[in-house]
Write a protein that binds this ligand. Structure first.
Ligand code: UDP
Ligand code: MG
Length: 243
């Protein structure tokens, strides 16, 4: 595995305001109206104006092998730090059940543990981000390969602020996946082995890319959820502070 980054690796990000300007308070609690106003305000200029002083929302990609605890920790970060959590896998599973023409292709790829074409996933993410209208997003389980990463940057016009990476031994992930019972078509031993292979061969290069940029918060995932959360929460808040 790649070496852990030095403890100071996230310091270079500095503090930045992610405030979204006036009107926020009035519209808070009116989720639909707020999202609609934001979407209207953005018409013709992409995501500009949706986030803080960079002119776009702040995004943290959450990566780690299947069963490494991405979803569990994202739920806690949403609750304590007020992020919006988007799971690429959940969006794809909803899409596959939506009756869309490419739904069957997505269902087949998930069942095989393969990576769905970037075009589909990035469009789902873009739509979900616009619908939420928030300024700080955790994007969980994406980008899955280098092409996913490049497509996101091209379509959205910006890169992530940083990556939260959960480092977990395969034996631990395998035990967790076989123990969970969410009715998923891919939580069987055959697909699990393929997902591990795809993760090592295709997703780890994305983590390595961001590590070279000094953008990775590295977490040892073979600990209790409480310990992991106590470790990562201050680092994530420092990376993308609330407005
Ligand atoms: N998937 C994909 N692109 C993504 C995210 C997910 O193709 O950006 C597919 C892929 O087949 C993956 C499955 O959805 O194996 C489940 O992904 P999820 O992140 O929900 O689960 P994990 O494997 O991390 O437990
Ligand atoms: Mg998940």
């Amino acid at each position: 595995p790649p070496p852990r980054p030095p403890l100071s690796s996230t310091r270079s990000f500095g503090r930045r305001s992610t405030g979204s300007g006036g009107g926020e308070g009035i519209l808070r609690g009116l989720g639909g109206a707020r999202a609609l106003l934001r979407a209207l305000g953005r018409a013709g200029r992409g995501m500009a104006g949706a986030g803080g002083d960079q002119g776009h929302p702040a995004v943290v990609f959450v990566l780690g092998g299947p069963g490494s605890g991405k979803g569990t920790q994202c739920a806690r970060l949403v609750e304590s730090l007020g992020f919006c959590h988007l799971s690429a896998g959940d969006l794809l599973r909803a899409h596959m059940k939506s009756g869309s023409p490419d739904g069957q292709m997505v269902a087949d790829m998930i069942k095989q543990g393969q990576i769905v074409p970037s075009e589909v996933t990035v469009n789902l993410l873009k739509g979900a981000m616009a619908a939420d209208g928030g300024a700080r997003f955790l994007i969980d389980g994406f980008p899955r390969n280098v092409e996913n990463r490049e497509a996101f940057e091209t379509v959205m016009g910006f890169d992530c602020s940083g990556v939260l990476f959960f480092d977990c031994p395969e034996a631990v992930m395998e035990r967790r996946l076989l123990a969970r019972n969410e009715g998923r078509t891919d939580d069987n031993i055959e697909t699990i082995k393929r997902r591990f292979k795809v993760f090592v061969e295709q997703s780890m290069p994305v983590v390595q890319h961001y590590q070279q940029c000094g953008k990775v918060i590295w977490a040892d995932s073979d600990r209790s959820p409480e310990e992991i959360f106590a470790d990562i929460a201050p680092q994530v808040e420092k990376l993308v502070p609330a407005a």
